[in-house]
Each structure stands twice: as C-alpha cells, then as structure tokens.
Design a binder for this molecule. Structure first.
Ligand code: SF4
Length: 357
C-alpha cells in the first residue's frame, strides 16, 4: 500500500475528461461530447514498472504524476473528494472504471479500492486489470469485492507484436499467455459479455490479425474495446505514424459485426494484404449499419442505458480527425467514414461499399 499522501489508495488519477465532468477542471468538449464513465487510475511516486513502447506511463519517462496516458493528462486528486463529487453529479455517469498499473502495491490497493468504489458509488464498476501483477484466483476476489466487469489491456493483436511492444523484447514484465489465461479466468468469474479486452489498432498488425483476435475473445464470450494508435509524447513510439484511418474503420466495422454476433470472422474476406474486402453481410444490411454510425462510436464497457458508457471523448484522435466517435455520428461523419472504409492505399480499388451511396 502506498504511504505517500499523494499515492493510491488515498489518491487516484482521473482522466482529464473525468476531471472536467467533476468540476475539478474548467472546459467543455467539442460538439458537446459528454463523458459517461468515471475513469480512474492508480498512482504511485515511482510510477508504472512496466515498459510498453506506446505508453506515456512507461518507466523512465519522467515524473509519473505529470505523464500523459492515452495522450491526455491524468491529474491526481484525493479519493474521498473524487467520490464525493461523483455522488453529487452521478447523473452524468453510467459506470466507474479503475485501472491498475504495474506496481508492487497495485493488487492490494485495487482490491481495497474495488470494495470502496462499489460501496460508495452507485454505479457498476469495471476493473482494468494487470495480469502481470495478479495471482490465480485474484479475478474472483475482485468480483467478490464488487467489480461488475473485468477487462484486460491486451493492446497488441498478435503474440509477436505483444512481445515486441510489452514483453521480453523491451525488458517488460508482460506475457501474452498470462494475459489470455487471465481472460479465461474472467470468463469464468464474470460470465458472457461481462469481460473484455483493450486492443490498439495500428501497432503493425493486419486487419485479418486484429479481427482474428477479436473473434478469439468473442468465442470466449468477451468483447473488444478498440483504440486507434496515436503516438504518445515521451513514449518509445512517439515518432511512429498514427493508425491509418482506413485500417481503423474496417477494423471497427469488423469488430462490431463479430462482437454483436452478426457475422463470424470466418465469413469475412481479405485481400492479399489481409485487408477486409468482404464483411460477410449483404449490401443493404451493411449499408444500414454503416449509416447508423454505431460501429464507429467508441467501444468500451456498457452503461445502464448505453451500449458503451466508456466513451473517452477524443481519447484516440483529435476533433479534426475523430477515430472513436464519443457521440452519434451526423451525416457528414458518416460520409467521411464511408470514404475511409473504401480506401485501400497503393492497391487498385477493391471497395466493398459504394462511397456515393
Ligand atoms: S472500456 Fe473503459 S470502462 Fe471498460 S475497462 Fe476499458 S477503460 Fe475501463
């Protein structure tokens, strides 16, 4: 357990969006986006002990409390003050989420905070667990302590990319097999649709590889929460290009079809570059789904009334280049998405959608 006054469990970091929603910070979001999940992160003076290439929290990146995570600032506040404000303004939120980091105190503090958050917040609680800091049986402990869902940030879509960005190749503690073993545990402890994983598109995977991983999780009963890679300042990948929009759009649409049991991965078709050229759904049905915009909205844990409460406004792209829409798409947004879906760079057009439709 942290002993410093500004460490967890007495203190937590919260996303800038959450800090704005609770009135800790001024400001409003572009196009009136509202946050529907209170996203919380453990905090320690010596920070995260892992070394993921794409993460602003990786060890050696400077003072932990000043580092960004998913490209936004996460200010630190007293846990009691956060909970008091969350109770006052609870109508904004449909879920609370607690994220672990790699730290010796993280597991005990997460268990303690899970109990406290579930008692003191009148909202379902997700825990974004770190399998490298857990033992067999800890997932069930979290459920007993009051967690409503457990999610694992697998992030990289293949074992090779996982190792290169999080594992042995970067002297990191994380292991692909351990992560999937934790997901198996979560499937048993929480049940169908009550567990999931984070996946980042644009770390070098093909569309086929990403959607095969989405299907693997869906076959276990879980759902994937997608992020579009956007280089984080201070991370090892800060010089890399962001995920291409066409790649992300096809992965978003494929993920939605798989996660909501509309189409199986094996019914999808891919070109020689492993890009989706057939989603396994007839034209009119696919058109209706694309026009609804829903597959391109942020994917994350659900709320009482929302398919996704955790809408992370502009967490993986700026307002000028929205990747995960935190609100319903308008006609212009859908038109832009259609163009991106139908783009296959440096390869003769192999569109599955009529851009003019
Ligand atoms: S999708 Fe959101 S609420 Fe769910 S575990 Fe991830 S960060 Fe937390």
């Amino acid at each position: 357990m942290g002993i410093d006054a500004h460490e967890s469990p007495k203190h937590l970091r919260l996303s800038l969006a959450a800090a704005m929603s609770l009135g800790f910070r001024p400001g409003q979001f572009y196009r009136g986006a509202r946050l529907h999940c209170l996203n919380l992160l453990l905090t320690y003076e010596d920070g995260c002990h892992a070394n993921c290439t794409y993460c602003g929290l990786a060890r050696g990146g400077g003072a932990y409390a000043e580092r960004s995570f998913i490209r936004v600032e996460w200010p630190t506040y007293a846990t009691g003050e956060i909970l008091a404000r969350a109770r006052e303004r609870k109508s904004n939120f449909e879920r609370v989420c607690l994220s672990m980091i790699m730290h010796p105190a993280a597991l005990d503090d997460t268990l303690e905070l899970t109990g406290r958050l579930s008692r003191e917040c009148d909202q379902p609680l997700s825990v974004l667990v770190n399998p490298s800091a857990m033992r067999d049986g800890d997932i069930e402990e979290l459920r007993s302590a009051g967690a409503d869902m457990a999610t694992v940030a697998v992030d990289a879509a293949t074992p090779a990319l996982f190792d290169a960005n999080r594992g042995k190749a970067v002297s990191g503690p994380h292991r692909w097999e351990r992560y999937w073993a934790t997901l198996e545990e979560a499937a048993v402890a929480f049940g169908r649709n009550r567990f999931g994983c984070h996946l980042i598109a644009g770390l070098g995977e093909t569309e086929r590889e990403m959607l095969a991983t989405v299907q693997r999780l869906r076959s276990m009963g879980g759902r994937s929460h997608l992020f579009s890679f956007n280089p984080e300042r201070g991370s090892a990948l800060e010089g890399n290009d962001p995920c291409r929009p066409d790649h992300f759009r096809r992965v978003q649409l494929g993920r939605f079809l798989i996660d909501y049991d509309i189409v199986d991965f094996n019914s999808m078709e891919f070109d020689e570059h492993e890009r989706v050229v057939g989603f396994g759904l007839k034209g009119a049905e696919l058109d209706r789904l694309v026009d609804s915009g829903v597959p391109f909205m942020t994917s994350g844990c659900p709320g009482k009334t929302r398919l996704c409460a955790c809408n992370r406004p502009f967490g993986d792209g700026p307002p000028s280049d929205i990747r995960s829409f935190p609100f319903n798409l308008d006609d212009q947004d859908v038109l832009q998405v259609r163009k991106q879906l139908a783009t296959y760079p440096e390869v003769p057009a192999a569109s599955v959608l009529d851009v003019e439709a």
